[in-house]
Design a protein around this ligand. Structure first.
Ligand code: ZN
Length: 197
């Protein structure tokens, strides 16, 4: 099982970090060891002073008749050591140290079947930090939609059953501190409630 992540897939978020909207999807990976156990806590790594929350729609992949499809959706966190990522970007180096560290990913336990959404209905999601809404968005704001992302990723690497596709974060990313509480909502329903240790 692998975690495939998409960067800069919401234009307002690309802008807030001073990036342009890419002319093709930005793809990176996290290993399964990045996953935080269900219920948390989030543990901030010692090598960074600026770990940001990024809430994202996460789709689980299933192969059906030889094709990879997104069959279920939930929300997750792509935690990012922003200071280290800036340094790596400036040097033109890969992002893994800033993105794929132990405890850099969370995936909520409850998934919803994609086919249960009426065609054209946007999947809304939201993150609260210490009770305040800091990020909100919906699937209709993605620069590249899920079928386009799957097709693009599969030009380079095969998707397997159970792979998890993180589809990028909307604007409003920000730093985490010890004691912070993060609540993630999908379609208005609370799916995770995590504490930063
Ligand atoms: Zn992200």
């Amino acid at each position: 099982m692998k975690l495939i992540c998409i960067g800069r897939n919401y234009s307002e978020h690309a802008k807030e970090l001073g990036n342009t909207v890419p002319d093709e999807p930005v793809v990176f990976l996290k290993p399964p060891t990045a996953l935080i156990p269900h219920g948390g806590p989030i543990r901030l790594p010692a090598f960074s002073n600026d770990v940001h929350h990024e809430i994202e729609l996460v789709y689980s992949i299933r192969r059906h008749n030889g094709r990879a499809e997104a069959d279920r959706v939930t929300i997750g966190l792509d935690l990012t050591a922003r200071d280290l990522q800036q340094e790596l970007k400036q040097k033109g180096l890969p992002w893994e140290k800033a993105k794929a560290f132990d405890g850099s990913a969370y995936v909520a336990e409850a998934f919803t079947a994609v086919e249960s959404f009426p065609a054209g209905k946007h999947v809304e999601f939201m993150l609260k930090k210490n009770g305040q809404v800091v990020q909100s968005g919906h699937s209709g704001q993605m620069v590249y939609d899920v079928p386009a992302l799957i097709a693009h990723v599969e030009r380079y690497m095969q998707l397997e059953n159970g792979d998890l596709l993180f589809t990028g974060t909307p604007a409003g990313v920000g730093p985490l501190a010890a004691g912070d509480r993060l609540e993630g909502y999908l379609l208005g329903e609370l799916l995770f409630d995590l504490q930063v240790a």
